[in-house]
Design a protein. Structure first.
Length: 282
């Protein structure tokens, strides 16, 4: 059975939530790369027919984690890139222990992610793999915005780089401190008008509309300059939605992924995923 792209993203996020729930019950910890592999498998399994998803992974999982590039394209061959850091919750503590990774002798991972994204005309983002106990449903009361989702929809959740940078300044990495600023991954695709738009425009308009108001934080130590997040780019669609993608993205689509030469990639990139819309998603 095939679903809409919105439903495929929802089901895939719920799968992550349920898998982390099972791991919690069994006193196990799942790794980011393992979750990501199954996340992509499920998206491919449930995605609507006009959507192709292709992935290349460069190297094995590391403690700090490399960047993950998402590329979205449609029939008109325009492109949108999002540069992502994926992080999984540590189930024994409900902390994101590696959220604020600081490599020696360089900028923080968050700052580098932002710089690398903008240097390549991409949006930066964090994708958090999340679960919490049903007894902790007070978490839902802390979620920002007017719309509250089912907790299982936060299996894969997005957080802006601006949020993460400000959280780092405060030393916050607990789930309860981060959850107010999480948005379900499926919100990239779920809109009443999505069949009228191509994938790059759809995703750009959805992600830049996730936090419509600057200063939407519940901690007065945050300043407005620290809370501009994706909304600040809403009027720059022509910059981010572009006519071409890097050469390695085309090679990924046109050739066997095993032949993609490693020296073509930024050293910080571990994984590339292309979401290619070949016809209307209606």
């Amino acid at each position: 059975m095939r679903y809409t792209l919105c439903t495929a993203a929802l089901k895939s996020s719920r799968w992550i939530w349920n898998s982390l729930r099972d791991a919690r019950t069994l006193d196990m910890q799942l790794g980011e790369e393992s979750i990501t592999d199954f996340f992509l498998m499920n998206l491919r399994r449930w995605a609507p027919h006009p959507l192709k998803i292709k992935t290349f992974t460069k190297r094995e999982e590391a403690t700090s984690g490399g960047d993950w590039e998402w590329w979205f394209t449609g029939p008109s061959a325009q492109w949108l890139g999002i540069r992502v850091q994926a992080k999984v919750i540590k189930l024994s503590t409900n902390h994101f222990e590696h959220l604020h990774y600081n490599p020696k002798g360089g900028p923080s991972q968050c700052k580098r992610l932002e710089q690398d994204a903008f240097n390549n005309r991409m949006l930066p983002a964090y994708c958090l793999y999340t679960n919490w106990l049903s007894a902790d449903n007070k978490m839902l009361a802390r979620l920002s915005g007017r719309r509250v989702f089912r907790r299982t929809e936060y299996g894969a959740a997005l957080v802006s780089v601006d949020h993460v940078a400000a959280l780092q300044k405060l030393g916050h990495h607990k789930l309860e401190q981060i959850v107010p600023y999480m948005k379900p991954f499926r919100e990239l695709f779920c809109t009443a008008k999505y069949t009228e738009q191509e994938l790059p425009q759809l995703v750009f308009r959805n992600i830049t509309g996730m936090y419509p108001l600057a200063g939407s934080f519940d901690d007065r130590r945050w300043t407005e300059s620290e809370t501009v997040h994706w909304f600040q780019y809403a009027n720059r669609e022509q910059f981010f939605v572009r006519a071409d993608a890097p050469v390695y993205v085309y090679r990924l689509l046109q050739s066997d992924i095993g032949t993609l030469e490693l020296n073509e990639l930024d050293q910080n990139i571990d994984r590339i995923t292309v979401f290619q819309q070949t016809a209307s998603l209606a």
